[in-house]
Structures are given as C-alpha cells and as structure tokens.
Design a protein around this ligand. Sequence first.
Ligand code: PLP
Length: 416
Amino acid sequence: MALAQHQIDKPPFDVEAIRQDFPALSLTPYGKSLVYLDSAASAQKPEAVIEAEARCYREYYANVHRGVHYLSTKATVAYEDARRNVARFMGAGDPSEIVFVRGTTEAINLVAATYGREHVGEGDEVLITTMEHHSNIVPWQMLCEEKGAKLVVAPIDDRGDIILEELEKIMSERTKLLATVHVSNALGTINPVERIIEMAHERGIPVLLDGAQAAPHLPMNVAELDCEFYTFSGHKAFGPSGIGALYGKKELLDAMPPYQGGGEMIRSVTFEKTEYAPAPARFEAGTPNIAGAIALGATVDYLEAIGMGAIQAYEEELLAYGTSALESVSGLRLIGTAVHKASVLSFVMDGVHPHDIGTILDREGIAVRTGHHCAQPVMDRYGVAATARASLAFYNTKEEIDRLIAGLEKVREIFG
Ligand code: PLP
C-alpha cells in the first residue's frame, strides 16, 4: 500500500524513546522487569492516550450533542474531532462513514443485525474463512440461523494462508457478504485483502474486513481497499478499551436500518412514528463512550506521529528475529507460518501444556497468552486444543525476545 508523505518523512525509529511513552512497560512483576508479549489480546497505552482521556474528564467533560452550554459544546467538538482523526487514520473520505462502537465485536454484530438482516435471506450464503476470531463467526451464524441462510467457510493451507482458488470456487450468486479477518490473531497471517476484495467485487459481493489485528501494525486505507466495511478496536491499537470504529461506505450506512433504538439516533419521535437520524448518529444510540472516543482520536494522532510505515518496518524485523529464535527451541512448533505475517508467534511445545508455558513464563515477568485465542476452529484445523502466543508490538525489543527464549529454555529444563 502506498504510504502518505507524512508516513515517509519520519525521524529514525527509536524504540527506547518510544518505550518511555508507555508507563506500564516499566512495571516489575515478581521483581522482574516486565516483558509484555500479549499486545494482540490488548495493548499497553502511551501517556498521550492516558492523558487525553484524563484531560477530558478533568477539563471539559459533559454529554455530547445535547447541551447548549460551554462544556457540552466543547466535549461535542472534541468527540467529532476524534471522529475526523479516526477517519483520516483509516483513510475514509468522510468522517460520517465512521461509527463509534465498543469494539470489533460490536461492529460486526451491528453489520450483521442491520445490513445482514436486510440483505441475507433464506438460501443465501455468508462467506467467512477458517481463521476467523469467534466475533467474525458467531454473529454470522446467528444471522444465518435466523434467516435460513448458510455459513460457508473458505479453507486455509498448513502454513495458514487462505487457499484463494478454493475461496473463488465457493463464491456464488448466493453469497451476500464476504467477512474476513485482515490479520489473524491466532496465526498472524496477513491476508491478501486487495486480491480478495477484487475477487469478491467481480461477483458483486460486498466485503467486511475485521481489522482488529491489522490496525495496530499496518498502514490502513479503506478508500484504496474499496471494502464495504472495516472495523478495529481501540484497545488493541494502544487506545482505550470500550471504544472502536466501524467504517462503512456512505451509501451503505445511509441505507441501513438502525442497530439499537434510543436517544441520539433519532431525528424526531412521536408515539406513532420515529424518524431516524442520518449515519453515523443513527448507529450511536445512547450516551457514547465520550472520553474513550476522544482518547481514540489522540491514539491515532500518536500512531501517525510515529508513522504506521515505520511501525510496520520495525515489526517485520522483530518478527523475523523472533521467528528464527523460536525455531531454535527444541520441540517447539510454530502454528502459523504464512508468507506474509504480522507480529504473532503462536506455538506449541512437545509434552508441555500451553498453560504451563504461560505460567512458567509469567514467573519470569513475561506475559504471553495461552488458550484457543477465541479461534477454536483454527485450533481444530491444526489439531491442537490451545497454543501459547507471544504477540509483538512496536514497543518490544530483540532483548525481550531473548528473555522469552531464556524462559522457554527453562520450560524445557522443567519438562525435559
Ligand atoms: N477479531 C480479531 C481478529 C481479534 O483478535 C479480536 C480480539 O481478540 C476481535 C475480533 C474482537 O475484538 P474485541 O474483543 O475488541 O471486540
């Protein structure tokens, strides 16, 4: 993807300076300096984000879109500025194409319950892939059950790449939506979304991309991608929890029925009839996460100041280092070895349960995730119940990967 000029003209990447921005990185669990390798579950927050949220509560907190008073006006301006920032970060042409949601899960449920309910009928199909997070499976399953439609699943190969020829074969005139992850949380695969969207659009199939694991790692441009919907969660992208964004093409959002009813999403209400507000207000019923949205605006400002291109380049180096380091650990098998990967290292070790790996590493001050990563069908595909997952972010270092390897050597010593 072509980088914007502001992503190219950056000072050299200085990971030590960046680490100073994240207070949590100097914590010392069990007296050991923290090695935080669980950013795919939720990332740590820079001071700029913490401060933006605190400043809102301290200096200009009030409800938005409702009051004529000073504080409400100020909060509303900041909330809508944040929407503009997020639109710019995502490459959306118009801020009204950005709906603030709780996160990726809510965004996908929103699309399934509105666009999905209107466009998917009996005998239709919704197409997903084997490597989806549960939040891009269950809402479609629920919709298909309700409508008598079918959930169709594109297979992946042993490395963790979508088999494009198979995907193409199962697209048909019955396919009403293709919903796929951009970057897999369990495997790290970066899907060839440009090609997938092209294939889908040739057949008139709209595409939703789950960008929960892409937004923290890759430059994003929804206009260039030309996808119909794109979503990410603030908390995985170094922002607050409980806030995220759904991008939808304007003409689609404008035509979609509301998700939830209540205040904020209406133009007028009588007991006989309600007229709905235009998008995005139509999809933001009730008091939103005001401070969270404002802090999400500060988050994307922070990321853009570093440059997503620079972040991607640094992480590629880190991932290559981590991959070869893990391959040197005896009896360790990487799950997910796709050609194009983002910073996820999922693995199993002969004779050791992933939870034991996680517990031993934890006592060394190293935080990794263990379990099925809310992607049980992926675990089934590889014949494992769970994996240990070290997930990297741009604040991690090669020295931290060395600490991980030393921790795993300890696991090996204990389990033989
Ligand atoms: N999609 C992917 C790929 C994820 O990794 C996650 C969270 O792990 C989600 C969706 C759900 O995100 P959230 O829990 O923030 O709604």
